[in-house]
Design a protein around this ligand. Structure first.
Ligand SMILES: [Zn+2]
Length: 170
């Protein structure tokens, strides 16, 4: 009986030793989950970049150009108001640089994305003139999500976001 108690105690101590790590992990997840609850696609079915205010919708067009649309508080399209965007796409060894110019109140890329359906991108956003550049880094996966109606990069399912956050954090 005594031995059993001791073993249980050892297990309890071991469990407590592990607990803080788990607690931290939970906290981190909670934080991410909090963001996930609000994950919605943009009005055109693109990815909503929440790194900047106002949020921007990142949309890959059929011809592999990219359109960036400003969003209002209700996730509706608004006019670009002084934001400037540059973008680096593809492998670090052979990146494709895209610049954007305003057309019809939206930012449209001058060039096209590199070939492939899954590569890293960095969207460099200046929220306004003279402001610090904010980098939105994520994996641009152009495959259709099997679960929702969006492509993986704009996916609103939890699984896609988990991957994105790993990329984002590191
Ligand atoms: Zn999905």
């Amino acid at each position: 009986m005594k031995l059993t108690t001791r073993i249980l105690t050892i297990f309890s101590v071991a469990a407590y030793a592990v607990m803080p790590v788990l607690a931290d992990e939970d906290k981190h997840d909670d934080h991410d989950d909090h963001g996930h609850e609000k994950v919605v696609a943009g009005p055109n079915g693109g990815r909503v970049l929440t790194d900047v205010e106002p949020h921007l919708e990142f949309l890959v067009n059929e011809d592999r150009t990219v359109t960036i649309t400003a969003l209002d508080d209700h996730n509706k399209a608004a006019k670009i108001a002084g934001q400037t965007v540059k973008m680096i796409a593809g492998k670090r060894s052979s990146p494709t640089n895209l610049t954007f110019s305003v057309k019809d109140g939206k930012l449209v890329s001058s060039g096209k994305l590199p070939a492939g359906n899954d590569f890293p991108v960095v969207v460099q956003i200046k929220p306004k003139k003279g402001a610090k550049t904010v980098n939105a880094k994520f994996n641009l996966n152009l495959k259709d999500c099997p679960t929702c109606k969006y492509k993986e990069y704009a996916c609103t399912c939890a699984h896609g976001d988990d991957d994105d956050h790993k990329d984002h954090d590191h």
